[in-house]
Design a protein around this ligand. Structure first.
Ligand code: SF4
Length: 508
């Protein structure tokens, strides 16, 4: 895509009549007008008579038929489309009605903006989940791609990407143990805050006084989770330390948390123990040795870019030389599964710069490489004017990674789309065979419960019937510390759901 809309001032009005199907309609509008705000009107008479732009979506029931009518007005052009189908009701056939409106609106916006989004009508964040049921029917690649293309109008290169990802995941997901859970441990501190950061992370210098109390509560929560895991006879399948930057803690502090994990959980069935070390400037051989001693077998060393001037622009206080040094230290410490994260579309980066970054990363030969596309939310903090995003070469960069990483033996193994990435791109993890992160796959597949410990962490409980319950911890360390007892009362809810899961499993 190119020529991204940059008029940030006026909200784009979207009016409905005969239905209130807002969710998918809004997603479709955002694909084409990512920088705009929208106003939704549930009565077309509220649309100002002199409105210069907007969309109208009307559903009328005409006896045996339902009439769908969509009009889009944009940049001096007005386009409309009408279709009639056998009678369908937005109350009882919500998905079908939503799909019909989405498809009509998509085609009109495509024509009026001359943008052709590669993911077509698919707006969800987990595209792989659309492939898995088709694989379950025993369909081959061509058939899967044809079906997805027919329904969502996805471009061939994205179809191939999503199919290949699903094929790598399938055998790994089949080995997911019964009664398995993953444990997520949140360390929400970073040495400094990167300018594009949209997470809740806290500068280690500012949070220094809070850290001992935070770690004490975190270890207490791990103890409570440990009791629950034992009581419910669950099996810890993967452990993931994320943040933030877990290695912004000292080696002794890391040891405190690793000990709490070791003492409270049976790790003998663990398939993966991952610590997202993250920023190269926080990695020391002492910390690496501590992680190895506790059985951590996968870490991330995240350069984001190997261009020093880009690092400076985004406020990362380290150099590419430090990244190389941290990577070599990790290898020397015995890590045989190292991931490196990159971001396509950073300010001051160019296709040539991104190409060079890939070259440098490939020369280091990490076991997996994750390529993220910069999100507009993050970009908004980085670029003074939305106008500059029009020329952002993120699509070119993402395409280069899609082409070159498989050439070097890396296969896509997990992916997700975020709302509002520049040019509607996706984030993809590539790995050498056998080096895929199971936690990343499981979190996207939503087939295993995840117990989250620490502030900002969330617990996701997956029931065999398909129901998913999410329970969120407080976002900020001071809330987590002060309201810890209150927070722990929510574990009762977890216990009840775990018992329900057991009952459903027994009935199977
Ligand atoms: S290292 Fe990651 S979490 Fe920390 S400030 Fe930078 S982007 Fe945010």
């Amino acid at each position: 895509m190119s020529n991204v809309e940059t008029n940030l001032i006026k909200p784009f009005p979207v009016a409905f009549s005969g239905h209130t199907l807002k969710y998918e309609i809004e997603c479709i509008c955002k694909i084409f007008l990512p920088m705009r705000k929208f106003t939704f009107l549930y009565d077309t008479t509220q649309l100002p008579a002199d409105a210069e732009e907007g969309a109208v979506l009307i559903l009328e029931q005409l006896g045996e038929q339902s009439r769908f009518w969509v009009q889009v007005q944009y940049r001096g052009q007005v386009m409309e489309q009408e279709q009639q189908f056998p009678a369908c009701s937005p109350e009882t056939e919500k998905q079908l009605c939503e799909y019909r409106f989405s498809a009509m609106l998509f085609r009109l916006l495509e024509e009026i903006t001359d943008l052709h989004p590669a993911w077509g009508l698919l707006t969800g964040i987990r595209p792989v989940k659309k492939v898995q049921p088709l694989l379950g029917q025993g369909l081959f690649k061509a058939e899967v791609c044809e079906k997805l293309h027919e329904k969502y109008w996805i471009a061939p290169e994205k179809l191939s990407l999503v199919y290949d990802t699903a094929m790598v995941q399938q055998p790994l997901l089949e080995k997911t143990p019964k009664h398995g859970i993953s444990l997520y441990v949140s360390i929400p501190f970073c040495p400094t805050r990167c300018s594009y950061c949209s997470f809740v992370s806290h500068s280690i210098a500012q949070a220094q006084n809070l850290i001992p109390a935070y770690l004490e509560k975190l270890c207490e929560e791990l103890k409570i989770w440990g009791q629950l895991v034992r009581e419910q006879e669950l099996l810890v399948d993967t452990v993931y330390f994320g943040g933030g930057t877990p290695t912004s803690l000292t080696a002794a502090q890391l040891e405190q948390v690793l000990t709490a994990v070791q003492e409270n959980f049976d790790l003998s069935h663990l398939r993966e123990y991952c610590v997202e070390a993250g920023r190269p400037d926080t990695i020391t051989s002492e910390k690496l040795e501590t992680l190895r001693r506790f059985g951590v077998d996968r870490i991330s060393v995240n350069p984001q870019t190997m261009q020093d001037h880009v690092l400076e622009t985004i406020g990362r206080k380290h150099t590419t030389a430090q990244t190389v040094e941290a990577f070599r230290m990790a290898r020397a410490a015995g890590f045989e599964n190292i991931n490196m994260d990159l971001i396509a579309g950073l300010p001051d980066d160019t296709p040539e710069g991104f190409h060079d970054t890939l070259e440098q990363i490939l020369a280091l030969d990490p076991d997996s490489i994750t390529v993220h596309a910069l999100t507009l939310k993050r970009a908004a903090n980085l670029f003074a004017e939305g106008e500059q995003q029009v020329h952002n070469p993120v699509e070119q960069m993402v395409q280069e990674s899609m082409r070159r990483l498989p050439e070097h033996g890396y296969a896509p193994y997990y992916m997700y789309r975020q709302k509002n990435t520049i040019d509607n791109q996706e984030n993809v993890g590539y790995a050498r065979a056998g080096k895929e992160s199971l936690y990343n796959i499981l979190i996207m597949d939503e087939s295993q419960s995840i117990f989250g410990a620490g502030c900002g962490a969330s617990t996701k409980l997956v029931e065999p019937c398909g129901r998913i319950t999410r329970i969120h911890n407080y976002k900020f360390p001071y809330e987590y510390i002060r309201q810890f007892d209150q927070l722990m009362q929510k574990k009762e809810q977890v216990r009840e759901i775990c018992e329900r899961i057991r009952e459903q499993e027994a009935e199977k």
